[in-house]
Write a protein that binds this ligand. Structure first.
Ligand SMILES: [Zn+2]
Ligand SMILES: [Zn+2]
Length: 302
C-alpha cells in the first residue's frame, strides 16, 4: 500500500467536501468565518509540518539511544498477523484518544495537580470547539477536523502511540489505521447530517438499524452534538468507535436532530485573532480558584 496515496486520499476528501460545503451554501450566513478558515490552515499545517515530525524525531532519538535496535523490531508482527495487528492498533489508539479527550471535557478532578493538567488540556482543546464568530451562528465544517491549540498533538498520548508503532516497524498498520481514522473523523465533521435521514425514516427497521449502528460507530450528527453548546459537548468523545462511549465511558448521545447552537462561547480577543486562538498560553482562567481554606495561611487557633 502506498503511503502517499492514502495521505492524498484524506487530503482529497477534505478538499472536496470543503468545496462542496462552500458551493452548497453551508459556509454562508456566519456558519463559517475567515477565522475558521485561517485556523484550519494554521493548525493542520502545524500538525503535519511541526508536531508530527517533532514527536517522531524525539521518539526515534530517545528509543534508539535507550534501547538500541528497537527501531523496526516489531515489523515481523504485521508481516505475520496483519489484520489482527491492525485491529488491535486501531482499538488501542482510539481508546487512548477517547480517554484523554474525555479528560479534557469532564468535570474538574479534586486533585490540585490534576486540575492544572486538565486546565492545560482544556486550553489546548478549546480551539476545536470554536466555530464562527460571536453571533453564535457558527457551525461545524470539515476543516475543523484537525483544529486544536499548539500543544494538543504533543499532549495526546494516542498520537505518540501511533508514531511509536511506526517506529517499531508497524508501517502498513500505521498508514492504513491512521488514514482510515483521519477519513472517518473528517467525515463526521462535514456540515452534513445524512444519518438524520435514517434516524427519522418512516420505516421502523431503518430507524432501529441506524440507532444500533450509532452504538458502534460515530456518525456525523453524533460528533456534531459533541460540538454543540450545552451538556452534549462532554459526550461522544470518540472519533470512530462509539462503542467506547456507549460501554466504557458512558458518554454516548444519539440525537435525531442537529444541535441548535455550535461551539463554546468565545471571548472577544480570541474571536478576532487566530494567533490568540492557536498560541494559547495562559492556563489560569481554566484552573478553579483555590478553596479559601487552602488559599489563606494556616490561622492560629483560638
Ligand atoms: Zn472535544
Ligand atoms: Zn470535532
Amino acid at each position: 500500500m502506498d503511503d502517499q496515496k492514502l495521505t492524498m486520499l484524506v487530503t482529497a476528501f477534505i478538499v472536496i467536501t470543503a468545496l462542496w460545503e462552500v458551493l452548497s451554501g453551508r459556509t454562508r450566513d456566519g456558519r463559517k468565518n475567515q477565522q475558521d478558515w485561517r485556523m484550519a490552515f494554521l493548525a493542520t499545517f502545524m500538525m503535519v509540518a511541526v508536531q508530527r515530525p517533532l514527536v517522531l524525531l524525539l521518539l526515534t532519538l530517545g528509543l534508539s539511544t535507550l534501547i538500541p535496535g528497537s527501531a523496526g523490531s516489531l515489523a515481523w508482527l504485521e508481516q505475520a498477523y496483519f489484520w489482527p495487528t491492525l485491529i488491535v492498533f486501531f482499538c488501542v489508539e482510539e481508546f487512548i484518544h477517547g480517554s484523554f479527550h474525555l479528560f479534557a471535557h469532564r468535570r474538574r478532578p479534586n486533585n490540585r495537580v490534576l486540575q492544572w493538567v486538565q486546565a492545560f488540556y482544556k486550553m489546548n482543546h478549546r480551539p476545536h470547539h470554536m466555530s464562527g464568530g460571536l453571533d453564535n451562528k457558527g457551525q461545524l465544517t470539515v476543516t475543523q477536523t484537525f483544529v486544536n491549540g499548539w500543544a494538543w498533538w504533543l499532549i495526546m498520548p494516542n498520537y505518540t502511540f501511533q508514531l511509536l508503532c511506526l517506529y517499531l516497524g508497524l508501517v502498513e498498520v500505521f498508514v492504513i489505521g491512521t488514514a482510515f481514522k483521519g477519513l472517518w473523523a473528517a467525515h463526521t465533521h462535514v456540515n452534513w447530517n445524512y444519518d438524520l435521514y435514517f434516524h427519522n425514516h418512516r420505516w421502523a427497521w431503518v430507524r432501529k438499524t441506524m440507532w444500533a449502528l450509532a452504538h458502534i460507530l460515530v456518525f456525523p450528527t453524533q460528533h456534531h452534538h459533541h460540538h454543540a453548546r450545552g451538556p452534549n459537548s462532554a459526550r461522544n468523545v470518540t472519533s470512530t468507535l462509539a462503542i467506547y462511549d456507549w460501554l466504557v465511558f458512558g458518554t454516548l448521545a444519539i440525537e435525531t436532530s442537529k444541535p441548535n447552537v455550535y461551539g463554546w462561547r468565545q471571548k472577544e480577543p480570541e474571536a478576532n485573532s487566530v494567533l490568540k486562538r492557536y498560541f494559547c498560553w495562559d492556563v489560569r482562567p481554566y484552573v478553579p480558584k483555590a478553596p479559601a481554606s487552602a488559599a489563606t495561611p494556616s490561622q492560629p487557633s483560638a
